[in-house]
Write a protein of this length. Structure first.
Length: 318
């Protein structure tokens, strides 16, 4: 997972170490010592599907930290560069987010409003499956979720969600195809309130992210349901298209957090970093398989450690 990004960063560390070794021993590091290497690093990151703007930000921040610095003699040069690189990527990536079922359980109160999450994303990214995984996670915590099948556009969408609801043993609210999807979300929230269920998970239509009518429909769902979270689901394997989807949904509807699906099959790794850095919203989960249990809460520090330190002897000390 994320092997190409990890390899690119490892080569970056080696190239920088060669470039600054002599300079660091004689004087402070100057931009001229690392300028050529920084351009190489940017290209390496882009090849690992890191978005151009994000790759540029990483190398600029990295250069800013290194230029004018002196490497402590007590620290191995490569380890010092890795430490600086890790902090730079962590800053660009941002903190991870919350765990939805845990948050719903913490906020739950008899007769209170349920914790409402609206899921966004184009067709085929794994949105419905991600909702089912969160519902499974919620049930294991003792929280009964209500599923809202608010995709009243795509044929089979409600049946797909109903299949998961039946397997998981959780309630689902549906509507007629062609009916107002906002009304389905509203009915699900009222159903949950009447039965003291603490969590409502709203599935939505996923036509192309450039579809003006879809964005208007989603904004209406958000106005009616007043969600606690708007979660965007993107497929790691779509690379820079995932970044464009994130930008469009964030501008059109608003995004509070992100789920990256098919992370287990993503050998490049740039999409996860790029999506979070582009819209400045936290990654909440990584989808790492097809099973209901194959959903990992995203840990930003752990992610950075894996892609920067890899199998380095110092990894366990960080």
């Amino acid at each position: 997972m994320f092997g190409k990004l990890r390899s690119a960063l490892s080569r970056a560390v080696s190239s920088l170490a060669r470039s600054v070794r002599e300079a660091a021993a004689l004087r402070e590091i100057k931009l001229s010592d690392i300028e050529d290497v920084m351009e190489e690093i940017k290209l390496e990151l882009i090849e690992a599907e890191v978005a151009y703007d994000v790759a540029e930000e990483i190398v600029e921040r990295l250069a800013g930290r290194l230029v004018g610095s002196k490497i402590p003699r007590s620290v191995k040069l490569e380890d010092h560069i890795r430490s600086v690189l890790a902090e730079v990527i962590y800053e660009v990536l941002g903190e991870g987010g919350l765990d939805i079922p845990e948050e719903a359980r913490a906020r739950c109160s008899p007769g209170g409003r349920p914790y409402v999450v609206v899921f966004l994303g184009v067709n085929g990214v794994g949105k419905t499956t991600s909702i089912a995984k969160i519902a499974y996670r919620a049930k294991r915590l003792g929280v009964t979720p209500v599923l809202a099948a608010a995709d009243t556009f795509r044929a089979g969408a409600q049946e797909q969600l109903a299949y998961h609801a039946e397997r998981l043993g959780v309630p689902i609210i549906t509507g007629r195809y062609g009916s107002d999807p906002a009304s389905v979300a509203y009915d699900a929230i009222e159903y949950a309130k009447a039965r003291n269920h603490c969590l409502v998970l709203v599935d939505t239509a996923g036509r192309m992210h450039t579809d003006y009518d879809l964005m208007g429909e989603l904004r209406k769902i958000v106005r009616v349901s007043k969600p606690d979270l708007r979660v965007l689901v993107v497929d790691a394997l779509t690379g820079n298209d995932a970044v464009e989807q994130a930008r469009m949904f964030n501008e059109g509807v608003g995004v509070d957090g992100v789920i990256i699906t098919k992370a287990d099959a993503d050998v490049k790794g740039g999409a996860a970093l790029s999506v979070a850095a582009t819209i400045r919203k936290p990654i909440l989960y990584l989808g790492v398989g097809q099973g209901y249990e194959d959903l990992e809460v995203f840990d930003a520090r752990e992610f950075v450690k894996k892609i920067v330190w890899g199998n380095s002897s110092q990894e366990g000390k960080r």
